[in-house]
Every structure is written in C-alpha cells, then in structure tokens.
Design a protein around this ligand. Structure first.
Ligand SMILES: C[S@@+](CC[C@H](N)C(=O)[O-])C[C@H]1O[C@@H](n2cnc3c(N)ncnc32)[C@H](O)[C@@H]1O
Length: 285
C-alpha cells in the first residue's frame, strides 16, 4: 500500500472497486475457510450478530441464513463500493433469513449496538489502533458474547500467496520492504502470541487461537491449462501481492505473468489449481 493512504481511502479506491468486481471469485475461493469460521462461531437462532469488515457481505448473509428471521445481522465496513455489492445481494441470497443492515462505519470507534456474536473473515487486520478496536468490539458484545474471526498466518505459510510472489520477486527491480510491525495489512496478526496478548489487553478473558490449514481453489477449468490461466489471473488481480505486478512496467508485467503461469501450472491437477491457505481461527469472549 502506498505510504500515507488511509484505510478508508485504500478500501474506497481502486482496491475496493476491484474486490467488489471480484466478489464471486473471492467468495468461491474462501469457501473452506468460511465453513470453518461458521463451524466455530456459536451462532444461535434469534442472535444479534455483527460482521466486522463485512466487505461484499458473504459472511453477513451466511450469518443471517443461519440465525433465521428472529435474529438480526449488521454488516459494517468502511468501503462504499463493497457495501454497494453487499446491499444488492440481500433480496436474492437471504430471503426469509434474519433482517440484515449494512452500515458504512469504522468498527474501531463506532457504536453499532449490542451483539451475542461478532465475527469476521479477514476484516480485523486493518485497524489503525488494534487495541482500541478490539476494546470497542468487546464493549459491543453482550455478557457471554463471542468474537470469532479468521486472520492470516505468515505469508511464507500461505502458499497461495508465496508461490506466485516468489515467482515474481526475482523479476522486480527492487524487492519490496517487509511491512513495519503492527501496521495495517493482511499478515499483521501472523504471530499468535502478540495477537492473544492484544485481545486480553482489550478485555477478553478467554482467547483461543487455532491454526487452520485448507487448500483453496485459485482456478478451475476444463483442462489444467485453462485452470492455470484462471489461477494466474486471480493471483495477479486479487492476491495480496498483486500490486507488485500491476505497478511494474508493461514488459515486466508480461514476464511476471509468464512466471506465475509457469509456477501455478505445477499445482494444476484434474482441472483445478489449489494451494494451501494458512489462517488463525480465533475466538475471544
Ligand atoms: C480483506 S477485506 C475482507 C472483506 C470480507 N470480510 C470478506 O471476507 O470478503 C477487509 C475488509 O475490512 C474492511 N475494513 C478495514 N478497516 C475497517 C474498519 N476500521 N472498520 C470497518 N471495516 C474495515 C475493508 O473495507 C474490507 O472490506
């Protein structure tokens, strides 16, 4: 991310628009992770649920389907383009489910009501002050309420990111510097110990942090070549390192695409390219 850009600018700019456009691809890719999140979140009929950094709303709508019409779900996000996609999905994807509201709000400071459950799929790593944000979330939970979320383990363990990244890095004129510790970004909570300490410091008495490994599908097709082409596109368009290639000169972009295609081809089998995703499945209460 370019220096000086706020998270609100980042998620309302080109990145938010690209994520909004690719909602279906991302949701399909994250299915095994989403299933694990909902297997852990103790949702019950009639609950009030907050989806933190809900993006295009897949998990908000899933929560609404699970808790049924007696409950209520709030999806909160700072990205107007993603919220627009989320709102457009409600009628078709959650008929007869709990009522859903999508609000444009910074969860770090907003007061959104009181909830039995707060959950998030990769929406908690971008706060400017994580301690303040988790304390705010703690305040919004009813007694006995639970915060359940997914975040990424280290980049090196996330082969869906590191495999294409390692193919591209040697081509770049400059290796990007590693992110500063405790700055917003997908791998901010890669280390479990500081994350657990942060949650305890925010007032959560009980915290569990379990490793979750799943193969996720980057591309599918009639042939391995077709699957590889899709996976290459997804990786270069949406992956956490896609900006490295997008910001490069055109000839370098072509070389990068060829390198990523070559490396992803090795992971294609039976018309599917899948690679390992490594997360923390965290619960705090
Ligand atoms: C990696 S995306 C995940 C989106 C969605 N949960 C999903 O799984 O598709 C991170 C999301 O967090 C949102 N976000 C970042 N900081 C936020 C904040 N302070 N309050 C609310 N949402 C935030 C972003 O706008 C973005 O939609």
């Amino acid at each position: 991310m370019a220096g000086g850009v706020t998270q609100t600018e980042y998620w309302n700019g080109e990145v938010g628009v690209r994520w909004a456009r690719s909602q279906a691809v991302l949701d399909a890719m994250f299915v095994p992770l989403t299933e694990a999140l909902f297997a852990r979140a103790p949702l019950a009929p009639g609950d009030r649920v907050l989806d933190i950094g809900c993006g295009a709303g897949a998990t908000t709508l899933e929560a609404a389907r699970r808790i049924g019409p007696g409950g209520a779900v709030t999806g909160a996000d700072i990205s107007a383009p993603l919220l627009a996609v989320a709102r457009s999905r409600v009628a078709a994807e959650a008929p007869g489910a709990a009522p859903v509201v999508f609000v444009e709000a910074d969860v770090e400071q907003a007061d959104l009501g009181h909830f039995e459950n707060a959950l998030s799929r990769f929406g908690v790593m971008f706060f400017s002050d994580s301690g303040r944000a988790f304390a705010n979330l703690r305040r919004m939970l009813k007694p006995g309420g639970r915060l359940t979320f997914l975040c990424w383990r280290p980049l090196s363990e996330n082969l869906w990111v590191s495999v294409p990244r390692d193919a591209v890095l040697p081509l770049l004129p400059e290796i990007p510097p590693p992110p500063q510790p405790d700055t917003p970004g997908p791998f901010r909570f890669a280390d479990a110990d500081p994350l657990v300490a942060l949650l305890r410091g925010a007032g959560f008495a009980s915290v569990t942090c379990d490793a979750l490994d799943r193969d996720i599908v980057l591309g599918q097709g009639e042939t391995d070549a077709a699957a590889t082409a899709t996976a290459t596109h997804v990786s270069l368009d949406l992956g956490p390192n896609s900006h490295l290639v997008r910001e490069a000169a055109p000839d370098l972009r072509m070389q990068a695409e060829a390198a990523v295609t070559e490396v992803l081809r090795r992971h294609a089998q039976g018309g599917t390219v899948s690679l390992r995703a490594a997360c923390w499945l965290v619960q705090a209460g």
